[in-house]
Design a protein around this ligand. Structure first.
Ligand SMILES: Cc1cc2nc3c(=O)[nH]c(=O)nc-3n(C[C@H](O)[C@H](O)[C@H](O)COP(=O)(O)OP(=O)(O)OC[C@H]3O[C@@H](n4cnc5c(N)ncnc54)[C@H](O)[C@@H]3O)c2cc1C
Length: 384
């Protein structure tokens, strides 16, 4: 009989340790400086890539490590434990690769995945628009076939890593009247004529991550860059890519929550109030207990969605549970961690304020917590 096993195997444990050591040595010491100065951690992203900690889902056939979703979430929890802003910045390329893995032709994979795996190229996932986020079917960017090219016009908004990307996955309408059915995916190179970037946004948190708008003004893209080689499959493919990426965002949220909890646990043993350490007051101890339960539950939901993906099962519902619950947990746990620190928690001199600011976006990007509930709602009622 097949048993559910919550133990990591030897290779997964080694990978976890490698990612953890990288987080301790290379990420944590720089995280505060990156956030305070809005510095993009390019060299550390390159170092993580060289250590084999990024883009684990790129198949061996295209130069990647060819590991599973479980390995990916194990590593991503550790990177975000190091610094959630770093994890977001480093994951942008993996997110852009997801719709290439799920929907591109073998020739396209050989070009673009290999560029990432072997040359360390950076990429971004450009789907959201100024007027269309949750309701992506309302997107206006469009691509018109002209000879051997497509000509793209429109604008994208909030694109992670845009200022450093070598190429973009771009969702555009090839049939403007067909709603989400009229969308197609394209690869657009950052040096294309007519392509321009906005300034780096000043965000609430995760400030080392680069977020920008972009405009397409008659940008010519070879027809060979149409993902999958045929029009109109873009929406379904972008959704499949989310099933691959959302467990990793859930892992980031779990890592963030774990970091905040550990800071709070340590501080609660050091800080005295009314003659005893904070954690000897039941109100504080119960808060810590609830934080830990939510983190354990986030990790289990994350692992389940990753394990389903590795087993070749459709994980749309489990990935939405994991992403929604872990993102809300990151927000709740980091807010409670600030509470445990009291006035010191409100100061940027202590690490939990940065984590609380970093958590908020996890309930917004990659499909907001409301959108995850819409997905779960659709999944659980579709056969009724
Ligand atoms: C830092 C950052 C990085 C990002 N990186 C990327 C990236 O790399 N690539 C990319 O393509 N996008 C990216 N995004 C965009 C992100 O995915 C969107 O912001 C998100 O999908 C929400 O879209 P919106 O901002 O247009 O909000 P809206 O869709 O306008 O939603 C506003 C609010 O209303 C809620 N809402 C909307 N519709 C409903 C409904 N039907 N029922 C209930 N509630 C609803 C939403 O949950 C949200 O709380 C990023 C955003 C941020 C802030």
């Amino acid at each position: 009989m097949h048993m559910v096993n919550f133990q990591l195997d030897e290779m997964q444990e080694m990978l976890r340790e490698l990612a953890h050591e990288f987080a301790v040595d290379e990420i944590r010491p720089k995280a505060e400086h990156w956030d305070a100065t809005s510095t993009y951690p390019k060299e550390t992203i390159q170092a993580a890539h060289e250590m084999g900690l990024l883009n684990l889902h790129i198949p061996e056939a295209y130069g990647g490590p060819g590991l599973g979703s479980m390995e990916d979430v194990i590593v991503n929890e550790e990177l975000a434990w190091g610094d959630p802003g770093f994890a977001t910045a480093a994951y942008a390329t993996a997110l852009a690769c997801a719709p290439i893995i799920t929907g591109a032709t073998n020739e396209q994979k050989d070009i673009w995945l290999r560029k990432v795996a072997e040359e360390g190229a950076l990429a971004s996932y450009a789907v959201t628009e100024p007027g269309a986020g949750s309701d992506l079917a309302a997107c206006k960017t469009h691509a018109v076939r002209d000879g051997d090219d497509y000509v793209i016009n429109g604008a994208k908004m909030w694109i992670t890593g845009a200022g450093h990307a070598d190429f973009f996955f771009v969702l555009a309408k090839t049939d403007i009247d067909a709603g989400y059915r009229g969308m197609s995916g394209f690869i657009v190179e950052s040096d294309s004529d007519g392509f321009s970037l906005g300034k780096k946004e000043t965000n609430m948190g995760q400030r080392c991550s680069d977020t920008r708008s972009m405009t397409f003004d008659d940008v010519r893209v070879p027809a060979a860059n149409l993902i999958g080689g045929s029009e109109s499959g873009g929406w379904m493919n972008a959704m499949k890519a989310f099933d691959m990426s959302r467990p990793n965002i859930a892992a980031h949220a779990t890592g963030l929550a774990r970091a905040a909890y550990e800071h709070a646990l340590r501080y609660s043993g050091e800080r005295m109030s009314f003659g005893k350490p904070l954690h000897r007051h039941q109100a504080i101890q119960f808060m810590l207990a609830d934080m830990k339960t939510k983190i354990e539950a986030s990790r289990m939901l994350t692992w389940k969605s990753a394990a389903e993906s590795d087993a070749g099962l459709r994980n749309t519902e489990s990935a939405a549970h994991a992403k929604r619950f872990a993102a809300d947990t990151a927000m709740e746990v980091s807010t409670d961690a600030v509470q445990v620190f009291g006035g010191y928690g409100y100061s940027e001199e202590y690490p939990v304020a940065q984590l609380m600011r970093a958590a908020k976006v996890m309930q917004i990007y990659e499909g907001s917590s409301q959108v995850q509930r819409m997905i779960i709602g659709r999944e659980i009622t579709k056969d009724l």
